[in-house]
Design a protein. Structure first.
Length: 268
């Protein structure tokens, strides 16, 4: 049996449809109205950001998780490039004009990974997110945008060497999805959990995980105080590919070491 909601047609088993009709009648409504309400409820938790003309797709979507994902919630109330201004505009422009491999260190729930894949269908994203809870949300956003072929959610944390390390998970008690897990125990004054995770260098990841023959166009580093270690593990990639590097730099970051890296590799 086929039931229609607007221009959507769904194949529904006769027995299931009979139960649905009885339920709808008991509540003074119709199956079609119930289905439309369910679709509105599902859609209310999905935020869409319309992208510039010429993108490989017109928009990206992210689950808001009832407003707990602050990035997705922001997209619902502003333009895609208003978030963390002016970084999204520069990031998108480079990803579109210089397609290749994007290394997303600290992918969180996936805004920049999705933006990369949408900028050009020739981009391939290595999205590193060691926090298993956040990685699940990242994967859900990748799947919702049908980008699993060009974005890979990767469990190891980026660091200075391959191995294992402690990942410090901050408290989840303030009503939003906390995405500031760190390999640096000093990044937060307290934490709710410590997980042992695998670590990998950018150089090793590019050699073993990136599509062969593609240039590394962008390295994004949002790793809550571990930036210098990530760059230490990326020297070969930086020397060979000269990617644009986007790195979060906070008050507690080692600006001296970051400046030395920039000077040593001629990024001045």
């Amino acid at each position: 049996m086929t039931a229609s909601v607007g221009r959507i047609e769904l194949e529904i088993d006769e027995a299931v449809l009979a139960v649905a009709r009885a339920y709808a009648a008991a509540h003074g409504t119709t199956v079609e109205a119930l289905m439309a309400g369910a679709l509105r409820t599902m859609g209310a938790d999905v935020m869409a950001a319309r992208l510039p003309l010429g993108s490989s797709r017109p928009f990206i979507t992210m689950f808001a998780h009832k407003g707990r994902d602050t990035t997705a919630h922001f997209l619902a109330n502003g333009a895609w490039d208003d978030f963390e201004q002016p970084m999204p505009s520069f990031f998108y422009s480079w990803a579109r004009s210089h397609p290749g491999v994007i290394v997303d260190g600290g992918a969180n729930t996936g805004f920049y990974a999705l933006l990369s894949a949408a900028a050009s269908d020739r981009n391939h994203v290595l999205a590193f997110e060691p926090d298993p809870t956040i990685r699940g949300l990242l994967q859900a956003n990748i799947d919702a945008n049908e980008m699993a072929g060009r974005i890979v959610a990767i469990a190891p944390a980026l660091s200075a060497q391959n191995g294992r390390a402690a990942l410090y998970i901050p408290p989840q008690d303030h009503g939003v999805i906390e995405t500031s897990s760190s390999l640096d125990s000093r990044f937060k004054s307290r934490f709710s959990e410590i997980l042992e995770v695998e670590t990998v260098t950018v150089d090793h990841a590019v050699q073993s995980m990136a599509p062969t023959g593609q240039p590394v166009s962008i390295i994004k580093i949002d790793v809550a105080g571990h930036e210098v270690a990530v760059l230490s593990g990326a020297t070969q990639t930086v020397a060979e590919h000269r990617p644009v590097i986007f790195a979060e730099v906070l008050d507690r970051s080692d600006c001296g070491a970051l400046s030395a890296f920039i000077a040593r590799h001629g990024y001045l």
